[in-house]
Design a protein around this ligand. Sequence first.
Ligand code: FAD
Length: 451
Amino acid sequence: MDTLDFDLFVIGAGSGGVRAARISAGYGARVAVAEERYVGGTCVNVGCVPKKLFVHAAHYSEDFHDAAGFGWALGAAAFDWPRLRDNKDREIARLNGIYRNLLDSKGVTLTGGWAGVLDAHWVAVGEWHLRVRHILIATGAWPFVPDFPGREHVITSNEAFHLERLPRRAVVVGGGYIAVEFAGILNGLGVETALLYRGPLFLRHFDRDLRETLAEEMPKKGVTLRFDTTVQAVEKRPDGSLELQLGDGSRLQTDLVLYATGRRPLVQDLGLEACGVGLREDGSIVVDDYYQSAVPSIHAIGDVIGGPELTPLATAQGMALASTLFLGDKRSVSLENLPTAIFSQPAVGTVGLSEEQARARYPAVLVYRTRFRPLKHTLSGNPEQTFMKLVVDGESDRVLGVHMVGPEAGEIVQGMAVALQAGATKRVFDATLGIHPTSAEEFVTLREPVR
Ligand code: FAD
């Protein structure tokens, strides 16, 4: 193999691909990356980053309202959607540049355009055919919209970031975190918003108390939640508005329908099956614990291998793979104690096992819970409640799960994730002094398990 063009050829410059590329290059590998759409991938362009900026924007409406209880008198608030959207676009363009520089500074070759696999060691990008030692598929995922009459009238999160104008009314369809977050964003920005989900309660894989708490809190902010509701068809009316025909026979008028009903791995036409790479029914690539596919020189990480779709997971997998391939230090990323947040309003933060998962795995589970009105809201008058929960193994005393619904839940639970990773017991939590007055201190003052 002495005529190799590159040691590693990465398809997709998203969270996982960029990280794998620059760490591998740092280990001395000759690396190239092909990107057909946008450097930085989903997270930077149509995911985590613009979404979080929109969440901040949406929260202001509540903050203005809360300010009155603290003595502030504000004029009538006015919201300018094009200004938010365009400021966000400028920030994303800046980040695109940073991602390019990250690759450039490590000597990684970045090529624009679609790339595919020809065989175990050949890739095609544009007109070029390159011979490479390792191939990394880091192509991510794409929103999936089921088939139904009027499907062409709905949008996905991809388009939501670029709307020309904000609608007066919107319906979000889906029960995952993206649906919940967009319902909060639209509602906070002043759009009359309903969230429709076909199941009895959204956020299926999360702790039940979290799900129920959020289902109580979101309507307080103005979001209409309709569970056990399916969409049969969407029709466009002469005035441009949309009419949903629902499974129970009723109809619902709106101006925008956003489908957030899951994402599918982006593997079409990559040439993977032809060269022996195994795919699951949903298109996700089958890899072993070290991200190697059935073809030893072809690897895959991130959303395209299925599992939790989270940027920190994709980047950690990228670093592990770089170490495995170019340091000779085989590494894998554990899914234990995976922290995550839902940037809903109020926010959700969670790490470790839900109560249901813990009860399925441990014989003696203790649960500690509290629900309270945060200090701030004693003056703001905001009816929002904060919820916190610890799930503990009664035998070893180890804390198995930490869950929260409330302001800054993601920030608070990130710290808790370190404690769980270190194997903290409930005794360690009890011996930790609180920071007063905070909401987070409740996590170290919970004493009585729920009976
Ligand atoms: P991606 O980042 O999707 O990158 C894949 C790249 O490959 C893309 O740039 C694509 O254009 C390119 N590509 C695909 N096929 C080809 C080809 N054949 N040739 C060349 N290039 C190709 N995660 C969090 O952790 N926190 C959040 O708050 C969060 N919010 C999200 C909000 C939304 C609305 C969405 C959609 C996702 C969010 N995520 C969040 C998930 C996160 O964005 C993904 O988990 C992460 O981007 C996955 O990284 P990846 O490297 O696997 O793929």
